[in-house]
Design a protein around this ligand. Sequence first.
Ligand code: UD1
Length: 424
Amino acid sequence: MSVLKITGGRSLSGSLRVQGAKNSALPLLAASVMTEGLSVFRNCPHLTDVEATVAILRHVGCRVYEEGDALYVDASGPISPEVPDALMRRMRSSVIFLGALLGRCGEAVLSLPGGCELGPRPVDLHLLALRTLGAEVEVSGGRLCCRAAGLKGGHIVLPSVSVGATENAVLAAVRATGSTVITGAAREPEIADLQEYLRACGALVTGAGSGVIRVQGVKKLRGAEKRVMPDRIAAATYLAACASAGGRVRLYDVCPAHMVPVLQALERMGCGVTAGENLIALERRGALRSPGPIITRPYPGFPTDAQPPLMAASLKADGVTVMIETIFESRYRHVPALRGMGADIRAAGKTAVIRGVDALHGTEVLASDLRGGAALAVAALSAEGETVIRGMEHVDRGYEDMAGALSALGAEAVLEHEGDADDG
Ligand code: UD1
């Protein structure tokens, strides 16, 4: 088990290059299985979720190797449509292989992603999209079997916004015959990043980033080179860290246009935020104020993934902060740990009410999930004494060396592996 120890009270300063986006890298890597060639992904973050995706790619028959900062995926050989249960379980978002394998092999056999730490994660919208294109779906013994002798373009109407279902719909449509229109599509920038890669591979896709995506099917895709877009959630987390600890940081390799609601919330808290083309500077000198109500929404609204770190930054802010989580059911699992650090938070259903306190204190806490774990680190930076965060393997799914990043900004943060021999 990895443990992050943070001694609070130091303000942050300096510059940090922000990692490539997890939520872009995973669908891009899955999509590479549909090409019959070699793809090169630059700026691919080093994350355990990326390792899990690579394990699936290798299992189905791709050759994957790293060279310098690039990850190469060679999908030119035969590809198997089956992903074993053990590999599926390592990562929730492996469901994205459904559309990719169906598009490449005409078949996909994988296990159903069950509930997860954020509440149930159904796949009905994914299946609706694939069925609309003519796939037959069978579910038995927890295995999901999708087959289509030939996918046919159609009109996919998504009744509610889902990032993963939109991505699966696009992937399946790319190799279907004829044209597909996806309405009710999620508008997240990671979907536009996927479109950019698919177009470089020879796919005919337009409209990603809007609610309507159009795809004209093609027979074959070639490999392509792609730079993974910056991670807007990691960037939001490090800005929240500076808001919490105080000081001044500059993040580069970021896209401020993707982060408008987060930057506005930080400004409402009293932080000075300056955005350039690829950089964001944040300065916090005095006391923080409540940002006012924060309601999570699909893009371009306030991202659910940024809610826990922003909550952590508002624990000592003057006034009352109300957060309303509209995307996931169980997104307040980090609240008991924050309360254990002295925070005044009441959470019930979708709503959390935070009353600013004068001080937080370090203690031992357990990361409940990826972003909840990040929230504990953000809170620890402004707590008195040492906070010991266990369960950092959740955080390693989405943050590249968080301890290193925080230390580079001047925090006292050390990652330890419990059970490691003491070589003293
Ligand atoms: C993606 C992101 C995740 C982020 C989430 C919402 C990746 C790898 N992960 O997850 O970090 O928190 O978007 O921005 O990109 N739903 C259904 N039926 C379905 C699919 C989803 O009801 O078939 C519901 C979900 O339970 C949830 C909501 O739709 O309440 C949004 O989920 P979705 O956008 O699909 O999230 P993911 O793609 O899994």
